[in-house]
Design a binder for this molecule. Structure first.
Ligand SMILES: Nc1ncnc2c1ncn2[C@@H]1O[C@H](COP(=O)(O)OP(=O)(O)O)[C@@H](O)[C@H]1O
Ligand SMILES: [Mg+2]
Length: 295
């Protein structure tokens, strides 16, 4: 028999995945303990998206200096879009971190901006490279998993702002979002995150679906935490007292095993229910590849 919380969970999940204009876009976090199945849960939603919306673009934001997770979805699905002059290289863990050349990599344009500053009466020139998002958008393919690498993670906040204006539905999946919108930043990044928080308030009105995961919501900038519309709690998660009525005790009772997958609570602005992620995405031992930034 299906329980009441499961029926409610299904309804909420349906609204998350639908593209009803009334619901609009959304902003979702998935949280859980280390190895608690966060990336697997995110990939389940990605899999659904790719299957039911093959004519929409899907982007994935990955962590640096750790094995790339995208290969869990199958090598042939992945393609890499790397910013020119970003210093991003791929290295193989199975081969003592030697450089990998066989990945399907496409470079998108970046334009140099030089600045001259005077330090201790000496002139110093620095060059930074600004991404050409139009070129990136053109080079991203429908029906593929577009893994984008800028050489730093904070730039995702700006790219998502760009995607808001492309005029079609698109999907952004973010692994470990705490690295993009960390709590307690200063200077320029503080402003970028503030802009992003303002923008996130309006995802509902845009054709943007942003689905992210994080080990702990407390690692995120407080201005952003308020803006999520859906919250998914996997086993090992910490409760989010301020935004959800799901209590710690309930989360601690969630089960997860290999056969039946991981149970989770899903919360949509006060309403909540239970869902199950049956697909577990295991690493492919042949592709233990990391992205590094060489400066
Ligand atoms: N219910 C489960 N039963 C068995 N293995 C699981 C289960 N959930 C996740 N795993 C395994 O644990 C590892 C970590 O899962 P992942 O989704 O990457 O977790 P996280 O992103 O939370 O660290 C993966 O290799 C996955 O296959
Ligand atoms: Mg993970």
């Amino acid at each position: 028999m299906v329980s009441k919380p499961e029926i409610e969970g299904q309804k909420i999940l349906k609204s998350l995945l639908s593209q009803n204009v009334d619901y609009g876009g959304n902003f979702v976090y998935i949280t859980g303990g280390m190895g608690g199945g966060k990336t697997s849960a995110m990939f389940s939603l990605l899999e659904y998206t790719q299957k039911f919306y093959p004519n929409q673009k899907i982007f994935l934001s990955e962590t640096y200096d750790a094995p790339l997770q995208c290969f869990k979805m199958g090598f042939d699905r992945c393609r890499f879009l790397v910013k020119e002059n970003s210093g991003v290289v791929f290295r193989d863990r199975n081969k003592k971190l030697s450089k990998v050349e066989f990945l399907p990599v496409t470079y998108f344009k970046s334009n140099p901006v030089t600045k001259t500053v005077t330090v201790n009466k000496k002139q110093k020139t620095t060059t930074t490279y600004i991404s050409d998002y139009d070129d990136l958008w053109e080079k991203a393919q429908y029906g593929k998993l577009n893994v984008v690498l800028f050489g730093n993670r904070i730039e995702w906040a700006k790219f998502i702002e760009y995607l808001r204006h492309v005029g079609e539905w698109c999907h952004i999946f973010i692994d470990e979002i705490g690295e993009i919108l960390p709590a307690g930043t200063r200077t320029e990044d503080w402003k970028v995150i503030g802009n992003f928080a303002n923008l996130a308030k309006d995802f509902r009105k845009c054709m943007l679906k942003v689905i992210a995961n994080t080990q702990s919501v407390r690692d995120l900038d407080y201005r952003v935490i308020d803006k999520f519309m859906y919250r998914i709690f996997l086993p090992g998660a910490m409760q989010d007292k301020k935004h959800s009525r799901i209590v710690q005790k309930a989360i601690d009772n969630l089960d997860g095993d290999e056969k039946r997958g991981n149970m989770a609570y899903i919360d949509r602005m006060g309403r909540f229910g239970l869902i199950r992620f049956t697909n577990i995405y295991k690493p492919d031992p042949r592709y233990s590849i990391e992205a590094h930034v060489v400066i």
